[in-house]
Ligand binder design. Structure first.
Ligand SMILES: Cc1ncc(Cc2csc(CCOP(=O)(O)OP(=O)(O)O)c2C)c(N)n1
Ligand SMILES: [Mg+2]
Length: 542
């Protein structure tokens, strides 16, 4: 066995099902050994930012590790934004970067792709990953690989492996199996007991769930917990789509002033708010109608549990939920709530011009007729619009909010799960990474892409109308599809969009690109409410 085979087997054992990569001379030996090993399929894409987003989505969609492989310098540093997104969004991504061999590093010459020093790249990735290792000795590589990959899964974050180009073919022992750290049983028991006591004292307990319950694969356990506790559940913006088919009475998504007023009041007035795996971010809580005093609630995040002035450290959320369930076994398990049918979307008339809201109504009606599809959304008004989709699987960088995520994420989702996705993307974001659709044929995937085309960076224009730089010009995206091996559709009315979606669904084997033409200045209802909320919150108290 060589180092590459050992590494790939360890990645596969921890849930990876593919590697997205773009080689370079410092990584060619690694790529060739990955090809020879044939442990995980190796999928090239066209630009490194897409590698990170596709691997991120693969991890989110199926669980386990996502993997991106790149060359040193120009390749790896092109990944930085996508890795930073995975760090912020708590995604276990593994970056494999080629690097100069020891004798090259010792040559005394400045090497191509080098920045300030040969360690510059290492230091940059230290800042955006939860663990790192340089595999420059086959004797130490197995233990280093095991430690770093286990860190990715335990911390739910990206990790960095630097592989000098004289290492991939070196003989190497297998990587040890995954080790989980023991949990302090006494601390766990004390934490679970106090948490339940606080919930029992509360008159209006409520559970607000976030991304960690997906990252640690505990949605079913959390659903049972909610049913045994018999308390209502809502999701944060980032947690949109969680528990949608888990049989719990979901209240909806908390959006503060920009969301449903009754839900906002219920959450902000709860005297027993259990924040389970939710990040305290501005995207989740900045639009609060009135600031939530988290001290009065219970926060479970990144292995910490905070209640009032008590903090418990090293209490993994998965172990905590299991401990709570053990204490509730005598509690009646409320019967699973029937799936909440969404109200039949009131479709505007077929000749009505499109708007973000109309697009969502058409998509809801389309999914009601043909069945739900997983959704990958980019950043922009398409993401605010996506919050009005019927609850379902939604992948989006709702917190880090980098554009360019949608198309690569949709490709990664279908590669990793085989499920055909709907991709929602603005014209501006499509101009960044939409061209990766040209790889769909080689990847064997055929997403349906809806471009919210308002010829503008409309979200920015909404916050700064006086800016003269938000216009994006009139790009004919439908015409571009054929050149990339897909089918293009253009829709300016509700009827045209409905027909384009039905046609797109019928055709398999080619991606479908629907250029949904939006009148200038049209905003989704949710973004409009967010804008009002931000304006209201930024106004001095009157
Ligand atoms: C990688 C990156 N660079 C800049 C920005 C900043 C930004 C946030 S929203 C936005 C405009 C998006 O335009 P698009 O046409 O896609 O969508 P819409 O607003 O609905 O018209 C920009 C430039 C972000 N978030 N990420
Ligand atoms: Mg736009």
């Amino acid at each position: 066995m060589n180092l590459t085979q050992a590494l790939l087997q360890a990645l596969q054992a921890r849930g990876a099902t593919e590697v997205f990569g773009i080689p370079g001379d410092f990584a060619l030996p690694l790529f060739l050994e990955m090809q020879k090993a044939a442990v995980l399929p190796l999928h090239p894409l066209s630009h490194e930012p897409a590698l990170a987003f596709a691997a991120d989505a693969a991890s989110r969609a199926r669980g386990g590790l996502g993997v991106a492989a790149v060359t040193y310098g120009a390749g790896a540093l092109n990944l930085v934004n996508g890795v930073a997104s995975a760090y912020a969004e708590r995604v276990p991504l593994v970056i494999l970067s080629g690097a100069p061999a020891a004798h090259e590093a010792a040559s005394g010459l400045m090497l191509h792709h080098q920045v300030k020093s040969l360690d510059s790249q290492w230091r940059i990735f230290q800042e955006i990953t939860v663990d790192q290792a340089r595999l420059d000795d086959p004797r130490t590589a197995p233990a280093l690989i095991a430690r770093v990959l286990d860190s990715a899964l335990r911390e739910a974050g990206p990790v960095y492996l630097e592989i000098p180009r004289d290492m991939p073919a070196r003989p190497c022992e297998p990587v040890p199996a995954r080790q989980t750290r023991p949990v302090d049983a006494e601390r766990l028991a004390a934490c679970a007991d106090e948490l339940l006591a606080r919930l029992r004292q509360a008159r209006h307990p409520l559970m607000l769930v976030g991304v960690e319950i997906r990252r640690y694969g505990i949605e079913e356990q959390v659903a049972e917990l909610a049913r045994r506790l018999d308390i209502p559940v809502a999701t944060t913006l980032m947690g949109r789509g969680l528990l949608h088919d888990a049989g719990v009475p979901l209240l909806g998504t908390y959006l503060g002033l920009a969301g449903d007023a009754a839900l906002t009041e219920q959450i902000e007035s709860s005297d027993g708010l259990l924040l389970l795996g939710a990040i305290l971010s501005d995207t989740n809580f900045a639009a609060a109608r009135r600031p939530i005093n988290f001290r009065h609630g219970i926060r479970v995040w990144q292995g910490q549990v905070e209640m009032g002035h008590h903090s418990y450290h090293d209490v993994p959320i998965k172990d905590l939920v299991e401990a709570l369930l053990l204490r509730l076994l005598t509690r009646p398990l409320r019967p699973a709530a029937p799936p909440q049918p969404w109200p039949a979307p009131l479709l505007p008339s077929a000749d009505a011009p499109l708007s973000p809201g109309a697009i969502i109504s058409v998509l809801n009606e389309f999914q009601q007729r043909h069945g739900a599809m997983p959704v990958a959304s980019d950043v922009g008004d398409c993401l605010f619009s996506a919050l009005d989709l019927a609850p379902g699987d939604l992948l989006a960088p709702g917190y880090y909010a980098s554009m360019g995520y949608g198309v690569p994420a949709g490709l990664g989702l279908q590669v990793a799960t085989g499920r055909r996705p709907l991709i929602l993307v603005g014209d501006g974001a499509f101009q960044m990474t939409g061209w990766e659709l040209g790889n769909a044929r080689a990847l064997g995937v055929d997403p349906i892409v809806v471009v919210f085309n308002n010829s503008s960076w409309e979200m920015l224009r909404t916050f700064q109308p006086e800016g003269q730089y938000h216009g994006r010009g009139d790009w004919d995206f439908a015409a571009m599809a054929a050149g990339m091996g897909g089918a293009g559709h253009r829709a300016a009315t509700v009827g045209e969009l409905r027909m384009a979606l039905d046609q797109a669904l019928q055709e398999r084997g080619r991606f479908q690109l629907i250029d949904a033409r939006l009148p200038a200045g049209s905003l989704s209802p949710t973004l409009s409410r967010f804008v009002q909320a931000v304006k209201r919150l930024s106004m001095p108290e009157d």
